[in-house]
Design a protein around this ligand. Structure first.
Ligand SMILES: Cc1cc2nc3c(=O)[nH]c(=O)nc-3n(C[C@H](O)[C@H](O)[C@H](O)COP(=O)(O)OP(=O)(O)OC[C@H]3O[C@@H](n4cnc5c(N)ncnc54)[C@H](O)[C@@H]3O)c2cc1C
Length: 391
């Protein structure tokens, strides 16, 4: 028989990923009592890199951890887009962007980011090894029921439990996952490149026919690479075949791509099929709401899933601060602020994916011509609504 914990004034967060840890910090900043329940037995994220665009850096600033992120991560001071065989298409005006946005983007090892957010919390905020199985609510409180039989009661449950969210299933039902059409490889290694010295940070992307490869410095002497490959859903690549498959897929591509993959330990390569969901208009029901991938899973083409989760966290905390005794009204206000922006990001991420993963040679020629002739000023303006945004 499980035990009941927490008073009805406490807010319950399900999931200790980037979104859950961010919202717990934001809620503590506004004086709310909060507990995070995470199904994993410890804070351990898959070893990949995460880009923190300017809007994410501003959110981290407000969460009080940006300085630490800058110390541990690596600023993106070089960003190029090339063809698969190395012809320069775009030299992204990163310095001008940084001037306008007030900060460079940063790359950081995801477990480092989680550790930074975790350490900023009050002791014992996160309870590990608690897998939510269902929620129950009435007009005065809400309860989270865990697999081990424990029950937590609070005034609000925030589902920050990722793309397969159990909280989402309970409050808005099953909405289908949409397969992106591509599989992503991600790798971490130590690699030195004369063209992309560590002092500069950043790196490049190379776009081919239905395939692309990206490389960037990550901080602490490591580099992060990713690849996106058009593929039918359900194609499995075994752990032992990851490196061999990646090497085959990028055989003959611009140097240093093969060398980067070659430098990576098999165990440091992740492979995932990529999904999102169609945006919805509401994320809350009674005393439960959603945040991050649970609310608006998006394709990683704009590098914004984590950033949007952090923005959600700050807005939700602000809405709760404004209406501390009316959580349902606060959640409605939170949705009103966040749904339009995140819906736009989900849609644009999909659009970017179609452009980046083109396979038709004629369409690629046209796209590349457009990229080569695009003035810097247009590039900066195109995504200013997204990056130059202080939540
Ligand atoms: C290939 C790839 C590259 C990406 N690159 C970037 C990038 O560069 N920049 C960026 O900003 N974003 C990026 N993203 C997106 C980003 O990773 C996600 O948007 C972000 O991690 C979402 O955070 P979250 O906290 O909402 O969910 P998650 O990080 O998925 O965390 C959910 C947490 O909930 C826990 N959980 C799940 N179910 C339960 C349960 N029933 N009970 C208790 N706990 C539970 C999980 O264990 C997990 O810890 C990328 C995504 C992918 C797939």
């Amino acid at each position: 028989m499980g035990k009941t914990t927490e008073s009805t004034e406490s807010t319950i967060v399900i999931g200790g990923g980037v979104g859950g840890l961010s919202v717990a910090n934001a809620l503590q900043q506004v004086g709310r009592k909060v507990s995070v329940y995470e199904k994993a037995i410890e804070l351990k994220e898959a070893g990949a890199g995460i880009v923190l665009a300017a809007n994410a850096m501003w959110a981290l600033e407000k969460l009080g951890v940006a300085e630490k992120v800058r110390t541990i991560g690596s600023p993106v001071k070089k960003a190029e887009i090339r063809t698969w065989d190395g012809k320069l298409l775009v030299d992204v005006p990163v310095h001008e962007q940084a001037k306008r946005n007030g900060t460079y983007s940063y790359l950081i090892y995801r477990p480092d980011l989680q550790q930074i957010l975790y350490q900023k919390l009050k002791p014992d905020t996160v309870v590990f090894d608690r897998k939510l199985v269902r929620i129950e609510q009435d007009s005065s409180s809400i309860r989270a029921i865990f697999e081990n039989g424990d029950v937590s009661e609070g005034d609000l449950i925030i589902g920050a439990d990722g793309v397969h969210s159990q909280v989402r299933k309970t409050i808005i039902g099953s909405t289908p996952l949409r397969y992106s059409g591509f599989t992503a490889f991600r790798g971490i290694s130590h690699f030195e490149s004369a063209n992309f010295p560590v002092e500069l940070g950043g790196g490049f992307e190379a776009w081919g026919f239905g395939k692309r490869f990206g490389f960037s410095h990550l901080g602490k002497g490591r580099i992060f690479w990713f690849a996106a490959i058009n593929a039918p859903q359900g194609q499995l690549i075994t752990i032992e075949e990851r490196k061999k498959t990646a090497l085959q897929l990028f055989k003959g591509w611009w140097e240093p791509i093969e060398a980067v993959i070659g430098s990576t330990d098999e165990s440091n390569i992740l492979v995932h099929e990529i999904f999102d969901r169609s945006p919805v208009k509401h994320w809350s029901q009674g005393r439960a709401t959603l945040l991050g991938d649970a609310a608006h899973p998006m394709l990683p083409n704009l590098g914004q899933g984590g950033a949007q989760a952090m923005e959600d966290a700050l807005v939700l905390a602000r809405c709760l601060k404004a209406q501390p005794d009316h959580v349902q009204q606060a959640c409605r206000k939170y949705e009103q602020v966040r749904v339009p922006r995140t819906t736009k990001v989900v849609r644009k991420s999909r659009m970017m994916g179609r452009l980046m993963q083109l396979q038709n040679p004629f369409a690629i020629e046209c796209r590349n011509l457009l990229l080569r002739t695009m003035p810097d000023s247009f590039q900066i303006k195109r995504l200013e609504w997204l990056f130059n945004y202080e939540v």
